[in-house]
Design a binder for this molecule. Structure first.
Ligand code: PHE
Length: 345
């Protein structure tokens, strides 16, 4: 009798079909559940005569294995066919809104500066933030006792040996790397993050961003430098922007100059942004010192060039009249969202 039941269930299993997870589960309960058909047979098995127990035991176990395998197979087969179950999701539900970010004001201004110089035919060059003393100072004609080489201005990664490893204090190091590898004519701008060991205040930070530029060719003069800066200022601050150059000093340029742009708020009349002067300082520049050309294998008899460098945060502060540099690093969403409409797609 038990045998017949086993055969019957076997046939039932062989013919099993299910078209959904739910049906497969129903079959599992029906066969293997607490009161399932196979479970019942195990109950009945207790009453089987001892000499038959061995054979029936084996058959019963086989039946249970077959049933379990079949159910697993049915479940696997119906797993992904959710469509047969009817749609699981209500497609008419409104989606989860995604919080979109906006570009950081420093990125926006960097992009703007890069685009302006691209129009003038400059390529973009990048370089390592962790640099060596040679590319940041030595090749740029910094005298051995220059304060920028001091622990007070520079973050050293490993000091003490001949060519210490440090965090670059300006992106002029990229210009050196470019001169080492590219033959003139060279026209590059070098945007990047720089590090200086300075106390953090409204006007200074230990991390900021620069765009520096380098132009080397035959017969490049100070007039070319002045023209390039003037065109940049007009693109950046408006067609009526004026510039003025003040003599300055950088170890790697001779002569050197600092450049002011006419105040874009009061148009030169004097206001509290330009502190009544009508002018705002925007960058440093100069003619590349012949020693610098020589150090990187460029013949100063044949070639000359100019270089310039500006702080991106400074330009951004002037553009949007932000009065505290620290805003750019705190990532306060209320501040960053002010620029969300400034993204050009
Ligand atoms: N490297 C200078 C700085 O970081 C800027 C500069 C670049 C000045 C090129 C002149 C020429 O302050």
């Amino acid at each position: 009798m038990l045998k017949e039941e086993i055969e019957q269930i076997k046939a039932e299993i062989a013919g099993l079909k299910a078209c959904s997870q739910k049906e497969a589960e129903e079959w599992r309960v029906r066969l293997l559940g607490k009161k399932g058909e196979i479970t019942q047979l195990f109950e009945e098995f207790r009453t089987v005569a001892p000499e038959l127990k061995k054979e029936f035991g084996r058959t019963l176990n086989e039946l249970k294995q077959t049933a379990m395998a079949k159910i697993a197979e049915l479940k696997a087969a119906t797993e992904d066919s959710g469509a047969q179950d009817g749609p699981k999701q209500d497609l008419s539900m409104p989606g989860d809104p995604k919080d979109l970010g906006s570009r950081h004001p420093v990125s926006i201004v960097r992009q703007e500066i890069v685009e302006i110089f691209r129009k003038f035919g400059y390529d973009v060059a990048e370089g390592p933030e962790i640099e060596d003393d040679y590319h940041v100072f030595e090749a740029l004609n910094f005298p051995a006792n220059h304060p920028a080489r001091d622990m007070q201005d520079t973050f050293f990664v490993s000091a003490g040996h001949l060519n210490p490893i440090l965090l670059r204090t300006h992106t002029s190091s990229i210009q050196v790397r470019t001169m080492e590898t590219v033959k003139p004519p060279i026209r590059v701008i070098c945007p990047g993050r720089v590090f200086r060991n300075e106390a953090i205040s409204a006007r200074a930070h230990c991390i900021f961003h620069q765009v520096e530029g380098l132009y080397i060719d035959e017969k490049v003069t100070f007039a070319d430098l002045k023209q390039a800066i003037l065109l940049f200022a007009r693109e950046m601050f408006g067609a009526d922007a004026k510039i003025r150059m003040r003599p300055s000093y950088f170890p790697f340029t001779e002569p050197s100059s600092e450049v002011d742009v006419s105040c874009n708020i009061c148009h030169g009349k004097g206001c509290n942004v330009c502190k009544g002067t009508g002018w705002l300082e925007i960058l440093g520049c100069g003619m590349v010192d012949p020693n610098v050309l020589k150090a990187s294998g460029i013949d100063p008899q044949k070639y000359s060039g100019f270089a310039f460098g500006m702080g991106i945060e400074r330009i951004a502060m002037l553009k949007w009249q932000v009065n505290d540099l620290r805003h750019y690093f705190e990532n306060d969403l209320r501040f960053l969202r002010e620029f969300s409409t400034a993204v050009e797609v």
